[in-house]
Design a protein around this ligand. Structure first.
Ligand code: CTP
Ligand code: MG
Length: 227
């Protein structure tokens, strides 16, 4: 099965701060986006990796992907993550893959096991996401500053990327949702189109770099890798 990967990197990284958008910031001397692209390149079954970026970020992207083989020319994303994914899906339409993995550029620590599981789950179920059981007790907040009725943690999961799909399924789902760009992951887009989404085990190390503190932790993590 031909599998392509869409790496969405068109955000501005507001919460991480620090001038340059987080996906282009160096982490242990290599741009976050480069680490993320490299995590997919050469893995069994992966054909192409497509970055989706903001056009203003093209020079940073060119630097981040210099010399990497198997990376397609970046395409322009949109104002929301959902619009960026849609742009990536449409860009693959001329030479469509059978399966597509959709991944956040801001998650550079995706493992070979996750990539393999994502492919296998999409092949089997059509739509699948990596999911983690929650370690913390979750509370709803009612009156500001006070705890409301909390959901039962046992039935909840936190969901990561790569999320994996049959290409035609997720492209049609995204097309049907165009113009209502309010969904923050692709599983929700598939669900809105009436599909069942399977889960496979996520990886606690596959964190999304979101805040300045996440970069401090990530720098420590890569320093250990190098040691
Ligand atoms: N993303 C995108 N297009 C957008 C918004 C987000 O491709 N219009 C991408 C980001 O580049 C990131 C992923 O979606 O790799 C997850 O989004 P998030 O972590 O929220 O990144 P940002 O939107 O860039 O950060 P922030 O919300 O803090 O501004
Ligand atoms: Mg965002």
């Amino acid at each position: 099965m031909r599998t392509d990967v869409i790496v969405v990197a068109a955000g501005s990284g507001q919460r991480a701060g620090d001038g340059i958008p987080k996906q282009f910031r160096p982490l242990g001397g290599r741009a976050v986006l480069r680490r993320t692209l490299e995590a997919f390149l050469g893995r069994p079954g992966i054909r192409h990796v497509l970055p989706v970026i903001h056009p203003d970020h093209a020079p940073w992207c060119a630097e981040a992907m210099a010399g990497l083989e198997g990376v397609l020319a970046p395409v322009a994303g949109g104002a929301t993550r959902q619009a960026s994914v849609r742009a990536g899906l449409e860009a693959l339409a001329d030479d469509p893959p059978d399966l597509v993995l959709i991944h956040d550029a801001a998650r550079p620590f995706v493992s070979a096991r996750l990539v393999a599981d994502a492919i296998a789950a999409a092949e089997r179920h059509g739509a699948a996401v990596p999911a983690l059981v929650l370690v913390d007790t979750i509370k709803a907040v009612g009156e500001p500053g006070f705890v409301g009725a909390g959901p039962d943690r046992g039935g909840l999961r936190s969901v990561q990327t790569p999320q994996s799909f049959r290409y035609e399924l997720i492209r049609a789902a995204h097309r049907a949702r165009a113009g209502a760009d309010d969904l923050t992951d692709d599983a929700a887009v598939a669900e809105a189109a009436g599909h069942r989404v399977a889960t496979f085990p996520g990886d606690p190390a596959n964190t999304k770099l979101t805040t300045p503190e996440d970069f401090v932790t990530a720098e420590r993590h890569v320093a250990l890798e190098l040691a």
